[in-house]
Design a protein. Structure first.
Length: 98
């Protein structure tokens, strides 16, 4: 699974990305996950399976979804603040499963 995490500058989400990677490794799942800024998502089209959006840019959900054309959801504020890699990973899985 390939997960894209999008936030304002791509910096705060890097903590969550690391936690998602660690959780996936702990359950022996092979994933690719990366954080980018909302300004650079046009460079990410056709590269990812699912997108998780930082809560601070939830206003951009529809725009991001239209640009990427993949399942996209806003990460729960508590999950994001606690950098809960397990919960974020599970959110991505649920998006893909439909």
């Amino acid at each position: 699974m390939k997960i894209l995490v999008v936030c304002n500058a791509g910096m705060s989400s890097s903590i969550l990305v690391n936690k998602i990677k660690k959780y996936a490794e702990s359950i022996e799942k092979s994933i690719e996950v990366r954080a980018v800024s909302s300004a650079s998502i046009q460079n990410e089209v056709n590269k990812w399976d699912v997108c998780l959006l930082a809560p601070q840019i939830q206003y951009a959900l529809n725009e991001v979804q239209q640009q990427l054309q993949i399942p996209t959801a806003v990460v729960d504020m508590r999950v994001y603040a606690l950098a809960d890699g397990k919960a974020a990973y599970e959110t991505a899985c649920q998006l893909i499963e439909g």
